[in-house]
Every structure is written in structure tokens, then in C-alpha cells.
Write a protein that binds this ligand. Structure first.
Ligand code: GLC
Length: 505
């Protein structure tokens, strides 16, 4: 059998024994990095391979930031979805395969690998589960991610890699920490693995009928207590119970989720486990979101010289068929079009706002009634409103850089990355004071904020920003402060570092 294969090649149909094609290479990596603490991220998506939202950006950029400290051997494991682009798949190396048991199932698990920016990525291959468009939304998502999580623990002996900290993210990886506690930590090699569970969004908890407990999730007897909640299985609850520590993606959200308003029913569990909860604000990849280097922009600029931002603005206006008006502020939103992003507030007052001298640009997809509403509005106000109902990374950067004010009025926001990205392009955010928005945007320092979830409170603050925009000297200072706020991982990666070392004491 060949030493390496690419991930686009079909995996062997039937194999019963464990193949150790590249164990020597794997071992030598382990030896070189013997001094470093071993961190394994378990997640359902990661940039640059596959992304449906902020989770992927955090996995991709935090792992890189931690590796660059030189203190950690950082590895990431995600499923090998068929949507991972061929340009990447062709570069992956095939390490081997094994069979993973889960209740009565016995499933093929191929392992591919790729190294980038000092981080080793592993991809779990099983075409039955992952050769489908997109990442989520299938009737058997519970089974797919149970298989994935079980595979994470099963590949450890094969890779000869037992992490010091297994860092699991969101409900899709929750079972990895549950299985560690229930099935694996009694085995010698696994006994020193500490687990950290990070909540990126408490709205999605992985809830299933209790009927599936043994048959699907392979959880028996006294362990039922970990995952049982309100008469169902709740995987996020299970991971909170089973992990040594858990965290969320901003300090404010860590406080908020103790309250029923934010916790989607999990607040008693959060409060009971609050002694092991930390909130660490996400960072962004400041090399990727860099107005000086970003190739997607119409023109590049720096915080010391914003003159080319005008080019970005006028080209954007042309591209979106809006009148080219340098002095009319463009207010933009790049967002999933769902209610908790504050869309109810926006739809309430947007027509009032459209009577002012402003242009409004929306980019995103989501609930069909919001999509339809904005499309209709753009038809009725063609000179003032542009609705782009797509998910488009290139256009998003053109909008971030070409607009003046960025609106993010979320009802709840665990962290939010868009407000930070907008800042990087000198676009001043208007945000509601919740979660990471509260932690990252300070009124009149680098943006505008309002506190109550109230449409006219929001409108009042937007109008204040539009008014201040007319004072070019003051506005430039505000743009400068926004663009130079440090949203890199420098600070937050140190907080994770401290948390890992604390867990390993
Ligand atoms: C989720 C949250 C978002 C956060 C992101 C990364 O998408 O909704 O607020 O920024 O995860 O942690």
C-alpha cells in the first residue's frame, strides 16, 4: 500500500486491522516537541478548510496563535467533510485507518493530516457520515458527531498522541469530553488528559431523546446523570459536567449565561458549575484582516492615512448600484439574518432611518422573512439601500472596508467577531451592550453602544453617529482609535495559556 494518499481518493472499502502507515513520522514529531504541552482542539469546523461561522475562525486563528508561542504542540481534529475544497484535500496525507465502536456500530475511520502555521490538523474520514453538502442540519447529526467524538479518543493510540489538554468546542465536540470521563480516563494512557469545554453559542446544545442514550450514544448506568436534563439528553450539559473546566468566549457572556434570559434553559447548570467557568474574549487573525495588505479591498490603506478608504467606499457604491456620494455615510451589516442578531430592532426603525441622508448595505443569509423584507426594501429605496442575500467572504471585506458605520445590535452575542473586523478597517461599530460586544466596544473610544434592546434607543445612537460623522476631524480620530484597538490574539492567547497551565498544576 502506498505511503501517502490524498484525501480526494476513495478510502479502502473494508479493513479490519489498524494500519500504522506513518507511525515513525508521528513519533518523531512527538519527540521533537516533548518539552511542549500538548493541546488537542476538537471542533466541528476550522478555517481555512471549512467554515460556517465564527467558531471556525476561532479554531483556525487561536490554534495558530498558541502554536506561535513555542510553548505548545497544538493539534486540531475536525471531520473530513466533502465540502473541504479540493485545493486543500489534495495536500492532505493519509495516515491510516481503524474501526470505531459505538454501541452496536463498528465504523470505518480514516485519518488524514496536514500541517499549517505550526499546527497539525487531523481530519476524520467516513464518507457515510461526512460526504454530504454542508456541515450540519441532518436528521442524524447526533450520530455523526458521536462517531466523530468517539473517533477523537480512538485515534490517540494510533497517533501515539495523548494531549495534556483536550479542548472541545461546542456541542458537536461535547461527547469527546463525556467519553473521556465515562469510558477512557480509567485507562493508563488517558488518565492524565485534562478536558476544557468552550461554549461558543449556548443556543445549540445537542438535545436528543433519552431513548437514544444506550443505542446511539453508548452511555450506560450511572453516567446517565451527566447528560440527562429536562427529560432529554443534553450534550452541552454533559460536557459542562464532565470537563475539568469550561469557558465561554467573552467575560460578559460568562456572567450572562448564569441568567435565564441568555442561557436557553441551561442557567441552573451554569450556576452550579460556575466555580470552573472562565470567560476569555476571542481575538481575530489580524494578519488576515489587515487593511494594508488585504487583497480583497478595492484599495489598501492604514490607520495613519485613510485616504484610500474613500476609494473603497466609492467603488463599493458603484458595485452595489448606489449613488456615489462621498459625504453620505454608509451603514452596513454583515450578519446572519436571524432574530437574535437584532434584526427585529432593525426592521422596526429602518424606514425611519432611510429618510435621513444615509445609505444602508446588508450582507447575509438567514430566515426567509428577513431576507424577503430586505429585498423588498432595496426595491423600494434603490438609491439608499442594498440587500445582498448571499454568504460571500470577498464582498464582506469590501463592505467592511467601504462603509463608515457598522451596525451590530444583537440581542445576545457570545463574542462576535464582525465588530472587531469592522474596526480593523476603520469602520465605526454601533453595537448593543451584550456579551463580547460589551467587552470589545467602548462608547466614543472605538464605537457607539446602547444598552436596552429597544429599536428607538438603537436609532437614537445611530443618528448620534451619523451626526458626529459630519465632523471630519473628530470622526477621523474615532476611526483611528477603532482601527488601532488591539483585537489580535496576543492578549487572549495568554489567558488560554494561563488557563491550560492552571489545569495542569
Ligand atoms: C459563535 C458566536 C459568536 C462568536 C463565535 C466564535 O458564532 O455566536 O458570538 O464570536 O461563536 O466564538
Amino acid at each position: 500500500m502506498a505511503e501517502t494518499k490524498t484525501a480526494t481518493k476513495k478510502a479502502p472499502a473494508k479493513k479490519t486491522s489498524v494500519k500504522k502507515v506513518k507511525t515513525t513520522a508521528v513519533k518523531s514529531v512527538a519527540n521533537n516537541t516533548a518539552e511542549k504541552k500538548k493541546i488537542l482542539f476538537v471542533a466541528s469546523e476550522s478555517t481555512p478548510f471549512i467554515a460556517t461561522g465564527g467558531l471556525a475562525e476561532v479554531i483556525g486563528s487561536l490554534s495558530k496563535a498558541l502554536a506561535s508561542t513555542g510553548k505548545f504542540d497544538v493539534r486540531v481534529v475536525i471531520p473530513l467533510y466533502s465540502d473541504i475544497k479540493k485545493e486543500y484535500r489534495d495536500k492532505f496525507s493519509y495516515l491510516g485507518n481503524l474501526y470505531v465502536h459505538l454501541a452496536w456500530r463498528n465504523q470505518y475511520c480514516g485519518i488524514f493530516t496536514y500541517e499549517q502555521d505550526g499546527v497539525t490538523f487531523y481530519f476524520i474520514d467516513n464518507e457515510f457520515y461526512f460526504k454530504r453538502p454542508g456541515c450540519y442540519g441532518y436528521f442524524d447529526d447526533g450520530e455523526r458527531f458521536a462517531f466523530f467524538s468517539r473517533s477523537v479518543l480512538e485515534i490517540m493510540p494510533f497517533l501515539n498522541f495523548y494531549p495534556d489538554v483536550m479542548h472541545c468546542h461546542d456541542w458537536q465536540a461535547a461527547l469527546a469530553s463525556i467519553y473521556l470521563k465515562t469510558n477512557y480516563c480509567f485507562r493508563e494512557e488517558y488518565q492524565y488528559i485534562r478536558s476544557l469545554f468552550t461554549i461558543h453559542n449556548i443556543e445549540y446544545q445537542g438535545q436528543y431523546s433519552l431513548d437514544l442514550l444506550c443505542d446511539l450514544f453508548d452511555i450506560y448506568g450511572e453516567y446517565r446523570y451527566f447528560v440527562e436534563y429536562n427529560n432529554s439528553i443534553n450534550l452541552m450539559k454533559g460536557a459542562i459536567e464532565c470537563s475539568e473546566r469550561f469557558s465561554t468566549v467573552s467575560p460578559r457572556y460568562a456572567q450572562e449565561i448564569k441568567d435565564p434570559y441568555f442561557a436557553h434553559g441551561l442557567d441552573p447548570i451554569i450556576r452550579n458549575n460556575a466555580f470552573k467557568l472562565t470567560g476569555i474574549l476571542n481575538g481575530i487573525d489580524d494578519l488576515s484582516y489587515n487593511s494594508e495588505l488585504d487583497k480583497h479591498l478595492f484599495a489598501n490603506f492604514t490607520a495613519d492615512d485613510f485616504s484610500n478608504k474613500q476609494v473603497c467606499k466609492s467603488e463599493l457604491q458603484k458595485m452595489l448600484n448606489l449613488p456615489v456620494k462621498p459625504d453620505t455615510p454608509i451603514i452596513s451589516m454583515v450578519s446572519r439574518l436571524v432574530s437574535h442578531k437584532g434584526l427585529d430592532l432593525v426592521t422596526n426603525v429602518i424606514e425611519e432611518l432611510l429618510h435621513d441622508d444615509v445609505q444602508i448595505v446588508i450582507l447575509g443569509t438567514g430566515d426567509s422573512h428577513f431576507e424577503g423584507y430586505f429585498i423588498d426594501l432595496a426595491r423600494r429605496y434603490p438609491d439608499k439601500m442594498s440587500a445582498n442575500i448571499v454568504f460571500n467572504g470577498d464582498l464582506s471585506r469590501k463592505i467592511y472596508s467601504g462603509s463608515d458605520i457598522f451596525l451590530m445590535p444583537s440581542k445576545s452575542e457570545p463574542c462576535g467577531l464582525s465588530q472587531m473586523i469592522a474596526c480593523r478597517y476603520g469602520t465605526v461599530p454601533v453595537v448593543r451592550e451584550t456579551g463580547g460586544l460589551y467587552d470589545s466596544i467602548k462608547p466614543l473610544v472605538n464605537g457607539y453602544t446602547f444598552s436596552n434592546y429597544n429599536a428607538h434607543d438603537m436609532l437614537y445612537v445611530i443618528r448620534q453617529a451619523v451626526e458626529n460623522y459630519k465632523n471630519k476631524t473628530e470622526w477621523k480620530k474615532l476611526m483611528y482609535r477603532a482601527a488601532t484597538t488591539d483585537f489580535s490574539w496576543n492578549h487572549s492567547a495568554k489567558e488560554y495559556e494561563a488557563l491550560y497551565f492552571d489545569m495542569l498544576k
